[in-house]
Design a protein around this ligand. Structure first.
Ligand code: ZN
Length: 253
């Protein structure tokens, strides 16, 4: 699959709005936490905004949506389950829906846990995961149960065509600190941390992240892995119990 060219546009303190061209001079954005940085990106690229995709209702993901809609006429797409707490939607979507975005198709996945109505989008080889899954981490479980969040992550890790992860925050460095705390013997985590520090020192984003790497190293995606369970002394627990343990430790880290 040809990689989808995506741009992480920094918004607010550590959010990314993900922008990509959709053909014929048009573009889409995922989770614009603020309008101005996205406007600047559009002006630089010479593109018109056609579609605004929202993964969940938190203000740091939606704050720019209405302003962008008003200034560009772009359609706002979000979860029908959260219609009452999202900016006015042009398209209310749910699990399994498919959207046409110019040259590209987007698939909608319901991934509750961080919020009850959280959705993710798969476009080409990219998974736009919002705050469900981060590089080497995952979102806090605010509205769902631990079992529900684990089921969502289990689902995301199995999407065959999602090769690159585009998530809502630049949290990679802090997540790697926690991952290394859990598994101090994993050399690959040290390599990833060195790479991440280098990127951040140059002012570069650490994303997109490789999903293969996340499946191999992100502790939150490996709750059913006997090796990780053994390191944590959690043999015999169910994956969602292991997830609850790891999430609890991260919340207190
Ligand atoms: Zn959030």
């Amino acid at each position: 699959m040809t990689p989808l060219p995506v741009s992480p546009v920094p918004c607010l303190s550590d959010n990314y709005a993900w922008c990509f061209a959709t053909g014929e001079g048009e573009a889409a954005v995922v989770d614009p936490g603020a309008a101005e940085p996205v406007q600047r990106w559009l002006a630089l690229q010479g593109l018109r905004l056609r579609t605004i995709l929202l993964t969940h209702h938190h203000g740091d993901h939606t704050g720019g949506a209405w302003g962008l809609h008003q200034s560009t006429g772009a359609s706002i797409v979000g979860a029908s389950a959260d219609e009452h707490r999202l900016p006015p939607l042009d398209w209310a979507v749910q699990e399994g829906d498919r959207l046409e975005l110019g040259l590209h198709r987007a698939r909608v996945l319901a991934v509750p846990g961080h919020t009850s109505g959280h959705i993710a989008f798969v476009v080409g080889d990219v998974l736009f995961a919002g705050d469900a899954l981060f590089a080497y981490g995952c979102g806090r479980v605010f509205e769902g149960s631990m079992a529900q969040m684990w089921a969502s992550l289990d689902r995301l890790r199995q999407i065959p065509d999602a090769a690159r992860l585009c998530c809502g925050h630049e949290y990679t460095s802090a997540n790697l600190r926690f991952a290394r705390h859990l598994e101090p013997e994993r050399d690959e985590l040290i390599d990833a941390a060195v790479r991440c520090i280098g990127q951040r020192q140059q002012g570069l984003p650490t994303l997109p992240a490789s999903m293969d790497e996340q499946r191999a190293l992100n502790p939150f995606l490996r709750c059913d892995e006997p090796e990780l369970q053994a390191v944590l002394g959690l043999e015999g627990l169910s994956p969602s119990e292991v997830f609850a343990h790891i999430r609890g430790r991260k919340d207190a880290f």
